[in-house]
Design a protein around this ligand. Structure first.
Ligand code: MF3
Ligand code: CO
Length: 256
């Protein structure tokens, strides 16, 4: 069942969303050459605490990993797709890209957003990867409208990524969000005909999160049981927003 939120619930999700936006803005400023992903984790942990919120990922249990996720951020560098773990030894270098993904729970409701940041100058190809992934998300956001169907969103991402020669990660998907971090429906970044194709209705909230590889689509999980990387070692980008379906069109909760 896809939960539809009332106006009052959406206002709460808005507050959670804006906190995530503020957090990612600060982390984006911090993410320069010489900073470690651990520095970002420490700063985020403090900001979430100061805001009276709870980190959404810390303690989140994923059966495949066999233990709860230990950090407030996922920091995925270069060929890491998602679920990279903050590390005191991971120093950001010129030419790297780092995806920062975080979520909070505030007043019972979740917010979840991610972005990929270039450190200094990156190669032209990597710059294009970031741009195309961001564009895919923006085009998909436009499709989050009452009366449209889930596949409109999935297909929009798929089409933009493929037509630009990049590939879509299939093992990780977007999701509904609300009082749970992950609610129905799953939101793959491609049309998956095995899934249902529900019509979107006002009050639904989706976390749309394209994960795009510069090379081949295949991923694998490292021995730490969390970090998903590209099999071919190519770079991967990730952008995510939470979007509410309203009578007046898409409402991106995770930015002003
Ligand atoms: N960022 C993921 C998402 O957008 C969730 C992270 S899983 C966790 O759905 F285990 F790291 F929390
Ligand atoms: Co998400």
């Amino acid at each position: 069942m896809i939960v539809r939120k009332t106006a009052a619930e959406l206002e709460k999700m808005r507050r959670a969303g804006l906190l995530v936006y503020q957090l990612l803005g600060t982390l984006k400023e911090m993410a320069v050459e010489g900073v470690t992903t651990w520095d970002l984790e420490v700063a985020a942990d403090k900001m979430i605490g100061d805001a009276g919120a709870k980190a959404a990922f810390k303690g989140y249990y994923v059966p495949a990993a066999g233990e709860p996720y230990p950090f407030v951020l996922c920091t995925s560098v270069n060929s890491e797709i998602v679920h990279g773990m903050p590390n005191r030894k991971r120093v950001l270098k010129k030419g790297d890209i780092v995806s920062i993904d975080t979520g909070v729970k505030l007043d019972g409701y979740y917010g979840d957003s991610a972005l990929t940041i270039p450190i200094g100058e990156v190669s032209e190809e990597t710059g294009r990867l970031l741009r195309v992934t961001r564009e895919a998300l923006e085009l998909a956001i436009e499709r989050v409208r009452a009366g449209n169907r889930l596949f409109d969103i999935c297909g929009t991402v798929e089409q933009h990524v493929k037509s630009n020669g990049f590939s879509i990660v299939r093992e990780y998907v977007g999701h509904g969000i609300g009082t749970q971090l992950h609610e129905e429906p799953q939101v793959p970044n491609y049309v998956d005909r095995k899934n249902e194709n529900p019509r979107l209705k006002a009050g639904m909230v989706l976390a749309v999160e394209p994960m795009v590889n510069a090379g081949r689509p295949e991923s694998m999980v490292l021995k730490d049981r969390w970090t998903a990387v590209t099999r071919d070692g190519s770079n991967s980008a990730h952008f995510e927003h939470c979007i509410a379906v309203t009578e007046n069109g898409p409402w991106v909760l995770t930015r002003p």
